[in-house]
Design a protein around this ligand. Structure first.
Ligand SMILES: C[S@@+](CC[C@H](N)C(=O)[O-])C[C@H]1O[C@@H](n2cnc3c(N)ncnc32)[C@H](O)[C@@H]1O
Length: 325
């Protein structure tokens, strides 16, 4: 790892001024009840609860003493009508209050609102890294983050595409190659649906975020920081994700040629594909540009895919396709 990258990493852990409004105590996060598995022994729980409203971040080792939550044994509900969590240094959501509420939600699929009472000081550094990124990127992250604390941060792409895909999911188990994974939204989502994901992204800054988020969200997918073009040989996966990525390869002749080679090495039964809107590349003097349907045909012509189906159009005008062998 370069010194420049290490300096960037350290520098972004700090932030001047007030804590972001997104993390205000009154702004609720959310979590699926099954994610809320951890609690604290009584003494450290009492310490954490007493600091809520007084501090936003707490140092110390309180977050290392977590135990599997036993709701039958948990203290009677105390101050809050919501489930209240504290976030540990690596992002674990630890329940500290609102046990009755959690008991009522257990077994349900839907996410429930949670209050984030406070966080570990180390986690605050990661929040800072994200907020510094947000400030430099039009006030939002690219992909929604389904973490109880971070779900409050604005995003460019939410769950719209996943909702279009879910009813059309061609497999319920098997392997997925997530090309241009960004911060790992798709690998988290498809792992939850039972698939085994490999996420690829070459950007070292994205790599930091995807790794930390994978830990924080107990992700089990593999992440590889590399260019997809450097994956060697035949790429055999049951499903490939080519979402908002392939048009980047149309800009220059060298990446275009690598892209054609990559398509020829894919050995997959299915691909979700989301192209760009052609006008987005028009001003860039790109090496190649294509209409969306034309881009689909280009992939069919250069890969093992033979069929395509339009699943829908996303709010930003881009279309989502399912291609099959
Ligand atoms: C526009 S984002 C799309 C993210 C994601 N696929 C989605 O639709 O939510 C493109 C991502 O591809 C990554 N990327 C670009 N070229 C790449 C390459 N050659 N190999 C791996 N990742 C690449 C970028 O770092 C970025 O995270």
């Amino acid at each position: 790892m370069s010194i420049k990258h290490l300096l960037w990493e350290k520098r972004t852990e700090f932030r001047g001024g007030e804590l972001s409004e997104y993390f205000d105590l009154g702004k609720l996060g959310s979590a699926r009840p099954e994610e809320l598995r951890f609690g604290l022994p009584e003494a450290s729980r009492a310490e954490v609860v007493s600091c809520i409203g007084e501090k936003s971040a707490l140092r110390g080792n309180w977050d290392t003493e977590t135990c599997e939550l036993d709701l039958a044994e948990s203290p009677a509900e105390q101050t809050d009508t919501h489930v209240t969590v504290a976030i540990g240094r690596e992002g674990d959501a630890i329940v500290v209050d609102g046990f009755g509420e959690l008991l009522r939600a257990r077994g349900k699929e839907e996410a429930i609102p949670v209050r984030v009472g406070l966080v570990h000081a180390q986690w605050q550094k990661f929040r800072n890294q994200i907020m510094n990124f947000v400030d430099a990127h039009k006030g939002r992250v690219y992909q929604k983050i389904h973490h109880p604390d971070l779900i409050r941060i604005p995003w460019l792409h939410g769950d719209e595409r996943l909702e279009l895909m879910k009813p059309e999911m061609p497999i319920t188990s098997g392997t997925v190659l997530d090309i241009g994974a960004n911060w790992g939204y798709w690998s988290h989502a498809l792992t939850r649906l039972g698939l085994t994901c490999t996420a690829i992204d070459y950007n070292p800054k994205n790599a930091l975020f995807v790794r930390k988020l994978r830990r924080a969200m107990s992700g089990t997918f593999e992440f590889r920081q590399m260019s997809v073009f450097d994956l060697p040989g035949v790429l055999s996966y049951d499903l490939v994700l080519g979402l908002n990525i392939f048009h980047h390869f149309l800009r220059y002749r060298d990446t275009f040629e690598l892209f054609v080679d990559l398509l020829g090495r894919l050995d997959t039964d299915h691909m979700f594909f989301e192209p760009h809107c052609p006008e987005e590349l028009a001003a860039d003097d790109a090496y190649r540009n294509m209409e969306m349907d034309e881009f689909v045909q280009f992939i069919v012509d250069n890969s093992c895919m033979t069929q395509s189906r339009l699943l829908g159009t996303v709010t930003n005008g881009r279309k989502l396709y399912l291609l099959s062998r």
